[in-house]
Design a protein around this ligand. Structure first.
Ligand SMILES: *Cc1c(COP(=O)(O)O)cnc(C)c1O
Length: 429
């Protein structure tokens, strides 16, 4: 792609964009009476305009049917989750039965570790990336302690090489091989929240299995963002949230994946609840847990229908947009445009004000660029916010910008570049 730093170029790209009409399906926060330039879908995706209607429909069903809503009406709540898992399983590259929605992300990570982190004898260690999302670090530490181990001993963190920001796959594989005899679990994010690096899930999974370990993934920043093939890659389990790239609202419901090879394994521990009981016999309320076959068997509590309705509003938009390849194609072009503009600013300045620590290889990233600002980082970020560009800030000096294909335009990116240039002038950089 030959990018140009002109409004004409951006408008022409928008004109050719097959997804251009999807922008109008979302509600944008306002700044001085105009839509903000929202580059923060990696943190909280925008609200679909249809969300309020989806919610209202379920409030109406509750009004109309009361408790009978579990079985009656257009969308009986008992099976409502099945209306989400078709699109969702396509998004993560799974079979429908391998996916369900329940709880929140960190809760699900705990529940899945109960099943898939089963340390025994010499095999008790967990490998993860250094600098994983803090909630995941806390979850893993507490799981390890719960089993009676010391986090310092049981958790192996892989760091980038000196002077590098991202992990090399070869180093990940080497660490797995070096610890093969003691390894119980390899737990990685799909995309690291700080650097935006998209890990090679298939290769990591293969190495984990060769070492006799389980491979699990937290896909919070990957689901709805990059192409995933959880089933074919053979990942054992995964979980993600729906409120980042999947636009399902603050604290929205989480999703899980369990590979079908584990469906019949009765040796797995489970923290069970009635919503994981096989559906045909759930209401017999019999003693003794008889798990539903599939990811559903990990469900614990009554479906939060309102959260599911919000999730469905967004998933239906994903369904309309087509497959993840279509989104990624535009996402790569948008993200590449942002990268081009940042590099152009550096070139014009004659020094590197903006160091992009996200991989330049599009196969190793999604829509997020993490930008280290070498000077006045917080001032630059504040200038963006004051001028209607919403990115997000990570201490000490990183601005994350995420051009999202469903609702961002090339004009958004051009304008963000223009405002960054204005910030540099204003701050005398
Ligand atoms: C966003 C995010 C979370 C947040 O978890 P919640 O339980 O939804 O608060 C956890 N892990 C990762 C990797 C994330 O990116």
């Amino acid at each position: 792609m030959e990018y140009q730093n002109t409004l004409e170029f951006a408008l022409q790209m928008d004109e050719q964009d097959s997804l251009k009409d999807f922008r109008s399906k979302f509600l944008f926060p306002q700044h001085n009476g105009r839509d903000v330039i929202y580059l923060c879908g990696n943190s909280l995706g925008l609200q679909p305009k249809s969300a309020s209607q989806y919610l209202q429909d379920q409030l109406n069903a509750w009004h109309k049917h009361g408790v009978e809503g579990w079985f009656d009406g257009d969308d009986p709540w008992l099976t409502y989750h099945n209306k989400l898992t078709g699109t969702l399983s396509a998004i993560v590259g799974a079979k429908k039965e391998e996916v369900t929605v329940m709880n929140s992300l960190t809760v699900n990570l705990h529940l899945l570790m109960v099943s898939f982190y089963q340390p025994k004898g010499k095999r008790y260690k967990i490998i993860m990336e250094a600098g994983a999302f803090p909630s995941d670090q806390y979850a893993v530490e507490s799981q390890v302690k719960f089993h009676g181990y010391e986090p310092k001993d049981a958790i192996i963190e892989i760091h980038p090489r000196d002077g590098e920001h991202i992990l090399r796959t070869e180093d990940i594989i080497q660490t797995i091989q070096d610890n093969a005899g003691e390894l119980a679990l390899v737990l990685f994010s799909g995309i690291n929240y700080y650097t935006g690096q998209f890990f090679d899930i298939g290769t990591i999974t293969k190495a984990a299995h060769a070492a006799g370990a389980i491979a699990g993934f937290d896909l919070a920043h990957a689901a709805g963002n990059v192409k995933l093939e959880l089933h074919n890659w053979g990942a054992d389990f995964a979980c993600w949230c729906s409120y980042k790239y999947m636009n399902s609202g603050p604290g929205g419901i989480s999703g899980i994946f369990v590979h079908e090879k584990h469906f019949g394994d009765t040796s797995l521990n489970r923290f069970a609840g009635w919503w994981g009981y096989r559906q045909d016999k759930r209401f017999l309320m019999a003693p003794g847990f008889d798990a539903a076959i599939g990811a559903e068997g990990w469900q614990v509590s009554t479906s939060p229908i309102m959260l599911m309705a919000l999730h469905k509003a967004s998933l239906d938009i994903f369904g309309e947009a087509g497959n993840v390849d279509v989104l990624r194609c535009k996402g790569d072009d948008l993200t590449g445009y942002m990268e081009f503009l940042l590099n152009k600013i550096n070139a014009d300045l004659g020094y590197t004000l903006f160091e992009i620590i996200t991989p330049t290889d599009v196969k190793q990233r999604g829509s997020q660029l993490s930008v280290v600002c070498s000077k006045r980082a917080k001032n630059i970020f504040n200038y963006l916010t004051q001028n209607g560009v919403i990115g997000d800030w990570r201490e000490p000096d990183v601005i994350r910008l995420a051009p999202v294909p469903l609702y961002n335009s090339f004009k958004d990116i051009f304008e963000a570049g223009r405002i960054l240039t204005a910030a540099i002038k204003e701050l005398g950089l």
